[in-house]
Design a protein around this ligand. Sequence first.
Ligand code: URA
Length: 408
Amino acid sequence: MKPHTLADVVSAYAAGDLRDEDVLPLLRGVYEQGLSRQGIRELTHAMIATGSTLNFDQVGKPLVDKHSTGGVGDKITLILTPLIASYGVAVPQIAGRGLGFTGGTIDKLESIPGWSAKLSQAQMTSQMETVGAFIARATSDLVPADKKLYALRDVSGMVDSIPLIASSIMSKKIASGARNLVLDVKWGRGAFMPTVEKARELAEVMVALGEDEGVHTRALVTNMNVPLGNAVGNSVEVQEAIDVLRGGGPTDVRELTVVLAREMLSMVNITDVDPSQNLDNGLAWEKFEQLIAAQGGDLQAHLPQAHHQLEIAAEHDAYVTDINARTVAEASWMLGAGRSTVGQQIDYSAGVVLHAKPGDFISKGEKLVSLYFSNKARINEAHDRIIRGFTMGERNGIVDFGPLVAAQ
Ligand code: URA
């Protein structure tokens, strides 16, 4: 039978009865023309119906979850999950791999030797009882339609679409038994939504989808024009997340973590704590150690180290007035931190570390950025790309280009 509705196409594709090229025209139609709110709801339901669902209500603790729509240097989930669990709240965190130019939580954590993203529902439940949190990739039967559509969108350049992002994220969150959900909806050069208005629209669509399905959902719309923190890649981002969990790290990463943590805790009626305390007193770090060990990771082992390192220094005394997140992400990807084909092996050690952010003064000869790589094939291209991403000036023109909470 020839599939007629969007739902028919999604289920036939997930079942393997349609090929990628059969689905591409429909996907392109949605990507180019958009979809009504009702259409997005139907697409989301159709995607959920292609698999089975998870449920963690039996864990007996309040549940809260977060999801970012994707950014550059966005290692917040690595910090936030143990931080929230350190307050006795259960965090069932189903996460993804890199998509387009953005990084993915699972890829980052896989740079920790031994760590496994693959948990069965029984293992997830047991870890919620013992540790209070897990971070895992979706089980094979959780929204199988999204696995195929996500990969197809990634390689065919159809990621930045409100209906496709909303249905992808919310189908997984609804199917994975979320009860309370905080969304970090990003806008800017390092996000899929170019403007704050588009991000707000995406946020509204996702909040409505969640609330319709009984998932208490809130969204923060945050600025992603400049990379979040200093590290962009996989193991370099894990190291930065560890720094924040040990009470240090870049201010913007810490600030955004604390803002999202307040929101998550308030959803389960915890309003009388300052989440920065458990970053400073070691409790969030302890929880991270437990979470990583429970999933086989060895934090004593060295994180993957790149074979080569290239330092770029300032040519003049100057202020850094801007750093383009998209350009930095592309350079990191060229160094080997991202994929260009489905299932491609990435280089966990590849990436970029910024030594200055907008607003900083830097003297001639001082280090501006370090590039880490093991394969030299695209180093010249990555070098040129990163240089293009920096704007230097005689005066400090930009006051605050860090993550900005713009709406709720
Ligand atoms: N994250 C997802 O899971 N899906 C998208 O489409 C974008 C970000």
